[in-house]
Write a protein that binds this ligand. Structure first.
Ligand code: SAM
Length: 296
């Protein structure tokens, strides 16, 4: 979809773009192909796309994957997409409603289009995403909570290929002691290994976003680093540890854990009592979680 074509479609549908929905549409063919290429799709793949917009990415996904589930919040775009893809896939096209009273036939389809808030859908549907890949140019205002929600799913998607703000991409890719390292890094990296990322120039979007953008690729870890109560405890430790970035982590954690237990765990991990959360690696956070959860 070229920029001219995109503008023509928006004008024909009398669609004024909504800033609060992060409607910066990607029209650069090279970037779209690069994003889809990063997902290494085959007809065996199931793809979740959040925020299909006018469908430039959807079109490529439908050509390569066996199944696409697209969730779009803006009803005007859902109606546009229904028409756009109806001729090709009319038998498979499903439309839901925002209030969740969806009426889905009980069968799998090549293309499902849901009119819904994707974050609410993910929170509500608690499904097994193990066979899915996320490929999306995410609405920037909800990109982080969507990725955390997917990372904390029962079984998260095998691959995340997400276009988002450069600043968020940096946080997802960072390691201990980086300026961008923090809660988002750790909650997502607990389940995912960063694979690659690339910048996408603002001029590739319409309208051009005020912030820089990037596409990140994250691969689900073959074996979860923590199981059972581990992930919830890890989240609590990480959030508490970063609640006051410049403060000593040991002091902060005393709000939730007995001082003796913490002292023992810090000792075993050879962590200084003065250490701040931003200095601890993912592996150290995992080990600390395990020690704090060990009875006795
Ligand atoms: N995929 C299209 C593209 O690349 O051109 C559009 C991407 S645009 C950055 C984000 C899209 O997400 C918009 O179509 C917007 O309406 C939709 N959106 C915004 N918030 C949403 C939400 N909570 N759930 C689902 N879609 C949402």
């Amino acid at each position: 979809m070229t920029l001219t074509e995109m503008k023509r479609l928006l004008a024909a549908g009398d669609i004024q773009l909504t800033k609060s929905l992060g409607q910066n549409f990607l029209h650069d063919g090279n970037q779209l192909r690069r994003i889809v290429g990063a997902a290494v799709l085959t007809p065996a793949d199931k793809v979740l796309e959040i925020g299909p917009g006018l469908g430039p990415l959807t079109e490529l996904l439908l050509a390569r994957a066996g199944e696409v589930l697209a969730i779009e919040k803006d009803l005007r775009l859902v109606e546009f997409l229904r028409e756009r893809f109806a001729s090709e896939r009319s038998a498979d096209l499903l439309i839901g409603t925002v209030d969740g009273s969806r009426n889905l036939p009980n069968r799998s389809s090549a293309f499902q289009l849901l009119h819904d808030d994707a974050l609410k859908y993910l929170q509500r549907e608690r499904r097994d995403w193990s066979e899915w890949k996320l490929v999306a140019n995410l609405p920037y205002s909800v990109a982080s909570p969507i990725l955390v929600e997917l990372a904390q799913a029962l079984v998260p998607p095998q691959l995340l290929v997400a276009t988002l703000q450069l600043e968020v991409a940096r946080r997802l890719m960072s390691t201990a002691d980086d300026d961008d390292y923090g809660v988002l890094t750790l909650l997502v990296q607990l389940r995912y290994e960063p694979v690659e990322w690339f910048k996408i120039p603002s001029g590739c979007f319409f309208p051009e976003p005020e912030v820089d953008s990037a596409c990140v690729v994250l691969k689900r870890r073959a074996t979860p680093l923590l199981t059972g109560d581990g992930p919830a405890a890890f989240e609590k430790i990480v959030k508490r540890g970063f609640s006051q970035r410049r403060k000593m982590m040991l002091k902060l954690l005393k709000q939730d854990w007995p001082a003796e237990k913490l002292g023992g765990a810090f000792g075993q991990l050879q962590l200084s009592p003065q250490e701040r959360a931003e200095k601890l690696s993912l592996e150290q956070f995992v080990a600390l979680t395990e020690l704090l959860l060990t009875p006795g």
